[in-house]
Each structure stands twice: as structure tokens, then as C-alpha cells.
Ligand binder design. Structure first.
Ligand code: DGJ
Length: 548
């Protein structure tokens, strides 16, 4: 904690997506999570913040020289947050000897380019294996025991039951967080990812002697009482595994949860969650900023744990993680699957705030996450290899200027997303109006007139129309999008006929409206509709009126 700042007790939102708890005493300007309406917001420098982010490739931040030209590019792409990395092997190459240079370089460069940092702690788990632990850990299998397969073969993964491994990882992470507290007085680092895509691949359960012993021991009372206390609001998948054994309130793991691969997954989720929760707790003892764990997702309905990392924070075991890791504030999906909307919905269950640390660079998905789920942020993976003129950069520019607007209206449920799905049109009811939206008609750079959309060979893959609608006041809306054509009908008591009053194009700079052209005539289809044609996201301020 920054000792130079006055200590005041503030409401800190802690525990995975549950409730605001009056907890630690923290300095008032540390980043923290705050409940806002039915959502949660990330507060940075005392104000709600939206992470318009990108995650670096795994090895980029291991070389300051390699990173040198990248910072400028990321700033040019209008990122306000970079997800960088810190690896245990480089932070503590010799036990007890820490090298913080790469951390300092990332903080300095992010600050110089006016960006914030989320840092990934690559340690015990990186995509379910142990490739990032230091050599002194890799080579000492006695002190740092491995997961074992049924035939006793040691795997490339530390067992979460290894208390010495946990102590060593937590000690290193604590040293990292102490260092960040000391050097990062401006709070460039706003959040930490603890480990990366944890879990076990190749089997649903660790078969090492330590794990076998735990498996036939009683289920810890913390988990039993958590499940009993929250029985009525458990995620259905957890209720199902527990219910299949008759909701037993004590017994060994197989007695309480059965012996299916999903029973094994619950066992692994508890032990991995507990381990990562303890690592996070050690870090928070020094510098209590928000921390999350990210998930390699279940790839299809038929896939069993072990096909995806068993015990990782997939949404079906969120309750187990919540009980095991109260120091982890949220669970975050890495979304590479086509069903982006479905994954977002599954990760907002039971109040988990949505943050997407890894995804493909998709403007429609970015808007969906923000508009539909008030996501804390969105972050394409491998941002350093995207072209500088990728559309995500323009989208970040437009949204970056309107963060105060989005943050103001989000908690009141006055922001929504529209993204073309299978239908070429959608009707939404919002702010007292029925809006009929047809998609398409995007103008390409350099084109004088709208181009054909559906089925066109030149059409980019994905939706041809998408946007946000923000209800800013009675009869007033902001539209942010492209490929949208919107007509309006009255949908609340009062005069029956709805018409366009005024339509202004413009942009926001630091939350302040900067008007451009007044749209009318051809630009509103003769005063009948709002048309956002791009290229790129455009912003229009629309005022409607009603008469009989
Ligand atoms: C998911 C991992 O979390 C990342 O670190 C990276 O390895 C990507 N996959 C690669 O696509």
C-alpha cells in the first residue's frame, strides 16, 4: 500500500462477483471494483474506467528492446490498457534473488505512452503446464512435486497439493506486488491476472500420492459450508454434481461429489482455486488491487475435463472457485469460440463481472461485451502483431473519448448493444421507443456511395452492422456504430407518432461532445431514419419528438 497516502476505509468490492464488503483499509486512489446498479465498475483514479486493451504475445515483454517500437504502435491504436506479462522464471531466476527490471520497464513505457497495465503472473500455471516456473523449481521434483498420471508418470505440471510450491509461488508474487506498490505510485498497474489458464490437461484428476490422499479425505468444511449456505443460488452444473449424491453435507470427495469426470473437476477446481487464491492473497497483503483468474474454455458440449484444463475457472465450476479463492475478484474467459455471446452470458452468472483478457480482435464483440454486459474491458490477444490500421484502433478511439458517458449510463441500464445476427433486422424496445434496425449499407473507405452488403464477396467476415445505443435523456439517444439503419415508433404512453427531431454527427473528447455536421435530407433518408454507414464507428446524437 502506498504509505505516503492517507489511509481511509473505502468500500472495496472483493470476492468473485458477490457483494461489496467493507474490507481492507486502502488508499483512496488504488484501483478497485465498485458495484454500480446491477453491474460492477473498475475505479481508476477515483473514476469508472473501461479497459480498451490488448494482450501482448507471451514472450514480447521479456525483451525491452523488442518492445521498444511496440509501445508507440499500441498508443497509435488508441489502447488505454496493455496486458503485459511477468514470468516467475525471469523475476526470480535464483531463489530469493529478484530482478524487477522488466516490470519497471513495462510500467515506465506504459506510463510514458499514457496507458495502464494489467500484468499477468506467469508462474505455476501457463496453459495448464509449468513452463514458466524457474529452473530451481523445474529441477526439484521432490520439493515441488508434479501432477502424476495413473501409471505414476510425472507430468509437466505442479500438483496444486504441493504446499512448498504454493509457498514459493506466493512468496515471489508477494515480492512482485510489494515492488509494484513501491514503484507504481501513479497506479499504472490497475489489475493483476494470477497465473494463466490453470488446470490439468490429459486427465480429469491428479493421481499423485498427495492428490490420492486428499481425494479420500473429507471435503474441507469451508467448501461444505459455502455450498450449504448458497444452495439455492448455485450454478446448475455445480448443483447437479452435488445433487447427484443427495446433497451430502460431509464425507470424502467421492462420497459427496461422486466419481465422474465432473466430480474430479470439482476436486481439482477446489485445490487449484485454493492455491491461486492463496497466491492472490499474499499479493494483496502488499498491494490490494483487483485480481482475476482466466480460463481456457470448454470447447464443446461433449468435451470432458482433461480435454480442457480440469479444475480451471470455467464457468461450470465458478461456485467452487468462489469458495476456494475469495481473494480472486473475478473469473475471466479467454474467448476464441464462435459463440461469443453465449460465453459472455455464462460468465456473468451469479454476478461475476465480465472481463475478456483474450479474444480475437472483433469490433462487434467488443461492443457486445460493453453494451450488453457492461464488461470491464476487452483485450484482443497478440495485440502487438495486429496492423496499426486494424479497425479495433478506430473503435478504441471513438469509445475512448466517451468512457465517462458509457460509465455514467451503464449502471442505469441505459446502454445496449445491437449486433447483426442471423436476421437482417431486429426490433428493440428501448427508452420508450420501438426501434427497427436493419443492418448493412456500410461505406468502404474511398467509396462514394453505400456498397451492397449481404453476400458481397468484398464483405468482411462477421456482422455487417453493429453498434451501441445510449439513452441519454427523455427522447434522446446516442448511436455509436456502423451498418445501422434505424426507424422509430412510440412505445410509451403519450402522443402516438414518433419522428426524428434533430440528428447530429460528432464525437466525444474526454467525455465532451464535439459536434460535426447537422444531418438531414439524404443523410437521414429524408428525415425518416438514422443511418450509420461508416467506414468505422460513427457517433450520432439523435433527438426524437412525438405528436398525434
Ligand atoms: C491462450 C493463452 O492464455 C495465451 O497465453 C496464449 O498462449 C494464447 N492461448 C495463444 O493463442
Amino acid at each position: 500500500m502506498n504509505r505516503r497516502l492517507a489511509m481511509v476505509a473505502v468500500l472495496v468490492y472483493s470476492g468473485i462477483g458477490l457483494c461489496a464488503q467493507p474490507s481492507q483499509t486502502v488508499s483512496p486512489d488504488l484501483p478497485y471494483l465498485r458495484k454500480a446498479g446491477s453491474f460492477t465498475q473498475l475505479i481508476v483514479d477515483g473514476k469508472p474506467f473501461l479497459m480498451l486493451a490488448g494482450e501482448l504475445h507471451n514472450s514480447s515483454a521479456s525483451s525491452t528492446e523488442y518492445m521498444a517500437p511496440i509501445w508507440r504502435k499500441l498508443a497509435a491504436m488508441n489502447l488505454n490498457t496493455v496486458i503485459g506479462t511477468v514470468s516467475w522464471e525471469l523475476l526470480e531466476p535464483e531463489e530469493g534473488k529478484f530482478d524487477f527490471r522488466l516490470v519497471d520497464d513495462q510500467i515506465r513505457e506504459a506510463r510514458r505512452h499514457n496507458m495502464r497495465l494489467v500484468l499477468i503472473w506467469f508462474a505455476t500455471w501457463k496453459n495448464a503446464n509449468a513452463s514458466y516456473v524457474p529452473m530451481w523449481v523445474k529441477t526439484d521434483l521432490k520439493r515441488f512435486p508434479r501432477v502424476q498420471s495413473k501409471d505414476g508418470t510425472n507430468q509437466d505440471s505442479l500438483t496444486p497439493l504441493g504446499e512448498a510450491s504454493l509457498a514459493a509461488d506466493a512468496k515471489a508474487f508477494r515480492a512482485l506486488m510489494r515492488h509494484i506498490r513501491e514503484v507504481d505510485t501513479q497506479h499504472t498497474v490497475i489489475m493483476m491476472q494470477v497465473e494463466n489458464e490453470a488446470g490439468l490437461l490429459g486427465d480429469s484428476r491428479d493421481r499423485s500420492p498427495l492428490a490420492e490422499k486428499a481425494w479420500s479425505s473429507p471435503v474441507p468444511s469451508e467448501l461444505m459450508s459455502y455450498l450449504q449456505k448458497n444452495r439455492d443460488r448455485l450454478i446448475p452444473e455445480v448443483a447437479q454434481v452435488w445433487g447427484a449424491q443427495g446433497y451430502r453435507t460431509s464425507g470424502t470427495w467421492p462420497e459427496v461429489f461422486g466419481t465422474t469426470p465432473h466430480s474430479d473437476e470439482v476436486f481439482m477446481a477446489w485445490h487449484i482455486g485454493r492455491y491461486i487464491g492463496k497466491v492472490a492473497e499474499a499479493g494483496k497483503a502488499e498491494h490490494p488491487i483487483p485480481m482475476y483468474a482466466n480460463a481456457w474454455l470448454v470447447q464443446n458440449e461433449k468435451q470432458l475435463p482433461g480435454g480442457y484444463p480440469s479444475g480451471g475457472p470455467v464457468s461450470r465450476v465458478m461456485d467452487i472457485w468462489r469458495a476456494a479463492a475469495p481473494a480472486i475478484d473475478l473469473l475471466a474467459p479467454d474467448i476464441y469460440l464462435p459463440d461469443f455471446k453465449g460465453v459472455c452470458a455464462s460468465y456473468t452468472r451469479s454476478g461475476n463481472p465480465l472481463f475478456i483478457p483474450e479474444a480475437r480482435a472483433s469490433v462487434p464483440n467488443l461492443l457486445w461485451a460493453i453494451g450488453q454486459h457492461a464488461a470491464l474491458g476487452y483485450s484482443p490477444f497478440g495485440i502487438d502483431s495486429l496492423n496499426e490500421d486494424h479497425p479495433i484502433g478506430q473503435a478504441y478511439q471513438v469509445l475512448g473519448g466517451m468512457i465517462p458517458i458509457l460509465m455514467r449510463y451503464q449502471p442505469e441500464g441505459r446502454v445496449m448493444a445491437v449486433v447483426e445476427g442471423e436476421e437482417r433486422s431486429q426490433t428493440v424496445r428501448f427508452g420508450g421507443y420501438q426501434m427497427n434496425i436493419t443492418f448493412g449499407g456500410m461505406r468502404r473507405p474511398g467509396a462514394a456511395t453505400p456498397q451492397p452488403t449481404a453476400g458481397s464477396a468484398q464483405q468482411p467476415a462477421g456482422p455487417s452492422g453493429y453498434g451501441l445505443i445510449i439513452h441519454t435523456g427523455p427522447d434522446e439517444f446516442l448511436f455509436v456504430g456502423t451498418g445501422l439503419n434505424v426507424t422509430f415508433a412510440a412505445d410509451s404512453p403519450g402522443p402516438r407518432i414518433a419522428r426524428l427531431g434533430t440528428v447530429d454527427e460528432g464525437r466525444f473528447e474526454h467525455g465532451i461532445w464535439v459536434p460535426g455536421r447537422r444531418f438531414n435530407g439524404d443523410e437521414t433518408g429524408g428525415g425518416n431514419r438514422v443511418m450509420l454507414r461508416g467506414p468505422g464507428l460513427a457517433v450520432q446524437k439523435v433527438r426524437l419528438y412525438r405528436h398525434d
